[in-house]
Design a protein around this ligand. Sequence first.
Ligand SMILES: *Cc1c(COP(=O)(O)O)cnc(C)c1O
Length: 359
Amino acid sequence: MADFRSDTITQPSAAMRQAMHDAALGDDVFNDDPTTLELQRYTADMLGFEAALFAPSGTQTNLIAMMSHCQRGDEVIVGQQWHTYKWEAGGMAVLGSIQPQPLELQSDGTLALADIIAAIKPDDPHFARTRLIVIENTVGGKVLPLSYMREVATLAKDKGLACHIDGARLMNAAVALAPQHKLTPQQMARELCQGYDSLSLCLSKGLGCPVGSLLLGSHDLIGRAKRLRKMLGGGMRQTGVLTAAGLYALKHNIERLADDHANSRCLADGLSELAAQQPNLQQQLTVIEPQTNIVFTDITPALAERLLPYLTSHGVKVTASHLQTHFGPRLRLRWVCHLDISRAQVLQTLTLISQFPGN
Ligand SMILES: *Cc1c(COP(=O)(O)O)cnc(C)c1O
């Protein structure tokens, strides 16, 4: 009925498939796939970078970025919960011989500037060479504001470090921030990137492509990145079938991310209301306010035991992870809104939960 597990599950639309079907193709390892060259140029121009490179996944564009910035024995400052540190199988250490320096996140998803400064190692043979700061935006669905992005970029420059944005969902941040800055989402995304040496942008999440990520940076960085992509097995051939989807997504699917944000707001408000009204949910379900397309709800293990099978049996899919809170153990459910979740599906899901037995 509704698959909230991730914005990666979206199916390419008929129009996107048509664009893939019609794409002009070459061999991207020979650098002559016209559609891929066009996507790379289009995105670099849109976001204010010199060049771009298409790769199979965001994990790979992040890894390529870190390996492009760092030598063996260099160090990268990351967040404890960040994808680059926690969700990429330790790739930077395993394949790049790069040491991660993880920092605790603040509740707003930022790394405190004082913590970053304290983590930068002096030039001393005892220490790894701190080389790069990675920032993730959005992070757990939270938006890092433009002022903070600028502060980190300035700090990196002052300290002689490179800085990279893991912007798997950067467009969600841009869509959320654009109105208050009176910019288009595209202009907003460009502002968020200003001062950064590289960006990884996922096409296969909210933008709705079946495959692919882009790495953006200087000509020099992308030159190094190309060799690393080949080394990692990410050099692909008739990539135009995939990059045509990317071009389609960047031209048609950015503004509509606002619908996903509105749907997650509707879901969160509806769940909060049900949690306040229904005896079987009271004290057992708390909703964390969404900023973009991701809603988290924490439920007690007792409720989880009944609610999760109920949702599953009615075709509502979510992901769940265990966590410890001040109130005891909880299951954190993650509800991601995306291209293939309509407002009607959100409302049906709320109706389903309002009919959850035990009222
Ligand atoms: C999804 C994601 C990635 C990349 O994931 P892939 O599945 O490898 O494309 C990177 N960073 C963040 C923050 C993500 O959410």
